[in-house]
Design a protein around this ligand. Structure first.
Ligand code: ATP
Ligand code: MG
Length: 426
């Protein structure tokens, strides 16, 4: 029969990689925790309306990237393409929005995109959202928190912070008119996507990767000139706070975010180490979203980081962990030996004398078990044969370094094992 393969763009995370995933997840979670953020665990499936209403009908995500299907009762459902909408939905539904409300979430997101390095159809994000605070000190907090995450991961020198303000919806509307008026004069020279966006979502054109379009934009009116006073002042305060905190930033006047719901602060952390998929984390303010989703008018701001890209970056910088091997392999020949070993191994697990104990299973001769012990990568083998059982003893064999073995009374095992592991620790 033919073998069944995983769906294109939906990757298995194999054992050799999963160590780094766990390190990444626990590091980010610990920093969020230390800043007073609480975790929300959200469903992967939401009603389609949640996303069309929040992300906006004319965005890439809603236009062409969502996994949408009808449930058996005819209701339209969607695999979540991002986490903010669900997070805000849950915060409203469960009355979590007291001020301040600091939340985070983690898990898979789904977008029908062209799979390539750093871009998948099922990918993973960790994101945080703060609801109820309108002032730029919280914008700064999120960025300072992220700077700490990069520092703990050893990524500080590989990522750059870009920030911008896209202003209030009023100032954006005025800018939009000016931008469209300008681009209309050179409509024919724009790339195809940008021509389409000219009518639907012209701000996204600023984000275009097309060099000719980018060159045309050099002569375009600047978003910064259209900012309202409040947005301008908030942006200045954010820059000042980042300076005080010692977080380096770069003003990218063309930075806009793909989704409709953003206003004022937008930011991205980018790297030049991953080719085209260089944005590892993106975020911004969304003061209208809570109301748009049926809650009381509440400001909000958040970010989401792309875990696949961060894993790629760790590898690129040679910061990936070596794959894990056993510390101790337990060899037993015969039922009586297996019985004798069982209790001892339990005690070793209780006392924490060894990190990773692999107990042989599946029978076989002493020789074949010792081969498996070698192949396991363990540094120590614990051996129970007839003699050991009869003598209430165990043989401890060093599989690396100077080698050698000794048979000792069970009472000395815990200590002897700790010493042996410390000696062979490389
Ligand atoms: P891009 O411009 O790369 O498509 P985006 O603007 O669509 O990104 P966001 O919706 O802001 O991305 O998501 C936040 C982060 O999630 C991105 O910066 C990126 O690191 C990651 N991300 C987004 N889409 C994917 C994907 N298809 N595969 C892997 N990571 C992704
Ligand atoms: Mg995208």
């Amino acid at each position: 029969m033919s073998a069944i393969r995983a769906i294109r763009g939906m990757s298995d995370i194999l054992p050799a990689e999963s160590v780094d995933w766990r390190t990444l997840e626990t590091t980010v979670a610990a920093v969020l925790d230390s800043f007073g953020y609480d975790q929300l665990r959200l469903p992967l499936v939401e009603s389609t309306e949640l996303f069309s209403r929040s992300i906006g009908e004319v965005t890439d995500i809603v236009e062409k990237e969502m996994y949408t299907f009808d449930d058996r009762n005819g209701e339209s459902l969607t695999l979540r393409p991002e986490g903010t909408a669900g997070c805000v939905r849950a915060a409203i539904q469960h009355n979590l929005i007291t001020t301040p409300c600091r939340l985070w979430y983690a898990g898979p997101m789904f977008r029908y995109e062209r799979p390539q390095k750093g871009r998948q159809r099922q990918f993973h994000q960790i994101g945080a959202e703060v609801l109820g605070i309108a002032t730029p000190d919280i914008d700064a907090e999120l960025i300072i928190l992220l700077a700490r995450v990069w520092r703990e991961l050893g990524l500080t020198s590989a990522v750059t912070l870009e920030i911008n303000s896209i202003g209030s919806s009023d100032s954006r509307l005025r800018y939009r008119e000016a931008l469209v008026a300008y681009l209309d004069t050179c409509r024919g020279e724009l790339d195809e996507d940008s021509q389409r966006r000219l009518a639907s979502n012209p701000l996204r054109i600023l984000d275009s990767k097309n060099p000719q379009t980018q060159a045309l934009l050099d002569g375009a009116p600047a978003l910064a000139d259209f900012l309202d006073d409040e947005s301008r002042a908030d942006f200045q305060r954010l820059c000042d706070l980042l300076d005080v905190a010692g977080v380096a930033w770069r003003h990218n006047p063309r930075l806009v975010r793909g989704l409709d719901y953003y206003n004022k602060t937008v930011f991205e952390w980018v790297t030049d180490r991953l080719g085209a998929q260089g944005t590892v984390c993106a975020g911004g303010r969304y003061d209208g979203l809570v109301e748009q989703l049926g809650g009381r008018s509440t400001p909000g701001i958040g970010f989401a980081m792309g875990m696949e890209r961060l894993i790629l970056l760790l590898r690129e910088l040679n910061l990936a962990a070596p794959s894990r091997t056993a510390d101790v392999y337990v060899v037993t020949v015969g039922d009586a030996a297996q019985d004798a070993a069982l209790g001892c191994v339990q005690s070793l697990r209780d006392s924490g004398a060894a990190g990773r104990i692999e107990q042989h299973a599946g029978g076989g001769s002493f020789r074949s078990q010792m081969k498996k012990a070698d192949r396991s990568g363990a540094r120590v083998a614990l051996i129970w044969g007839e003699d050991e059982v009869a003598g209430n003893a165990v043989t401890l064999k060093l599989l690396r370094g100077e080698g050698g073995q000794q048979t000792l009374p069970l009472a000395q095992l815990d200590n002897a094992l700790r010493q042996a592991l410390a000696r062979t620790n490389d």
